[in-house]
Design a protein around this ligand. Sequence first.
Ligand code: F6R
Length: 616
Amino acid sequence: MCGIIGYLGDREAYPIIINGLKKLEYRGYDSSGIAIFYENGYSLCKTKGRVYELEKKIYSCKIKVKGTSGIGHTRWATHGIPDDLNAHPHVSNSNELIMIHNGIIENYYSIKVILLKNGFTFKSETDTEVLVNLIEYVKKENKFSLEEAVRISLNEIVGAYSIAIVDKYNPETIIIAKLGSPLALGINKKEFFIASDPIPFIDYTDNVIYLKDGEMAILKKGEELDLRKILDNHKLNPIIKKLQINLKKIEKGKYKYFMLKEIYEQPKTILDTLRGRLLIPKGIICIDGIESHKDIFINAKSITIVACGTSWHASLIAEYLLEKLARIPVEVEYASEFRYRNPIVKEKDVIIVVSQSGETADTLAALKLAKNKGAFVFGICNVVGSSISRNVDAGAYTHAGPEIGVASTKAFTAQIIIFVLLALKIGKYRLSINDNQYQSLCKELGSVSEKVDHVLKVNQYIKEISKVYYHVNNFLYLGRGINFPVALEGALKLKEISYIHAEGYPAAEMKHGPIALIDKNIPVVIIATKKVCYEKIIGNIQEIKARKGKIIAIVNEGDIQVSMMVDHVIKVPETSEELSPLVTIIPLQLLAYEIAYIRGKNVDQPRNLAKSVTVE
Ligand code: F6R
């Protein structure tokens, strides 16, 4: 992971870089650093910790930050602990080359051994310091230009990278290159902005080039961009795109944390995801990516869905939806497992990849593997123009807007909406769903945003429940049927932001093991809404109560039976079974948020995590 940024032009580089780094912290925030260049020299500052720590250090050490070119980095540790030495930028042995890197150099160790034999020394444990010294070695041994040395060295690299490198004697040139990790280049007439995504430079330009894998660019102040293929130095024509990002959407507004804002945005997210795709009065669903590949979906013998984390949970919900409504067998796979087990994928098989960021390394690799085997790959992504969205055969954007909180919330509900539309559309094509069922689900989809809005109003009571349980060490989350993945997602939300251990389980599986955990100290969150195995869940509740477990139940409004048996009830409006995850997940997101908040955690940037997992 990690975020990289750079600037070359006529403006002061420092404010652009430091502010840009703050916007990239979602990619990692365990250390950060900058280098600002001036004639024949540079200032370097790096530190363990967040970007504001870096700012403090620059200020207190009176570091000179005047200069019109510079690079910066915010890190999520892979090689070496988060500390000042391992923070980027990294400098070559001669102090001449300065580099930032996002990705992983898989063969760094064998290169390091060769460099050590040739007298190089290393201050950090990082793979990046190995690469910058390899470039120096190649440059000096062969008397190559920096650009040639970068190209030759990168051809020796196994792994993933987006890099920016500067020679201190030539600070008006920055060389960037990409393989596997994202890299966006903003361009104005006389200046270049480099970043892992375009958000840091949208204030300055809306012209963007997304470098493709295997491309490098030589950026020279005041000159035209020179784009090349890393493999053979072949000159390429850059494709400039226009950015369409609304800055207002990425401010916290009245909310203390982005996560809370994003939870509260979900009624709107649902409407945005449905907009233009569902015409309720006529019951028409339009999804381009499906319509233009109608036959593929009609004839699909099975569908494999590949994703990670929260997107994987949304995919488990999709398994219920697609099997029920479209009657197609569905397998849901973790991208990291799928890509390494030589999966059986045949030509024209249908694979769906799901990713909020569209940059998750394992999901991207799974996509490429499936495409190499001839599969048809459909993508569901939130970030427009992301690597995954650019590599699929067809797809649908979730239109949830920028999700900044590391814990995914609104992207999850948006993914479910896309899957409901998909299942209905394919079900209609395959005649596996009758007209009444189809029309009533379309109608229900039209009112689900209001129901979610209604659930958000129960927040006050969730705060009370959080005060009772914020200190416990373990939580259990139970659900059945389509709400079992919701239990998994609720548990994931709690553990990632509050650091309380939580497990999600299908309620009936409890007696095959987890029931041993239950005593008066363990709170059990159980989704007990009508329509999804209600009677069976009542049996499970009795089992927990018999062992003195504390129960927080998510029930439908008007419920009496469960409400009388449990310690706390959170009421949600009734909806169809297919749409119930959209309302049942809301109290679980709020519960996780409130507990983490009371525990004083940094909700938006939990420890050890990053928003975009661009390393495997
Ligand atoms: C959890 C969370 C992660 C992501 C996972 C996949 O709240 O955010 O589990 O869901 O890293 O990320 P995407 O969807 O960007 O591929």
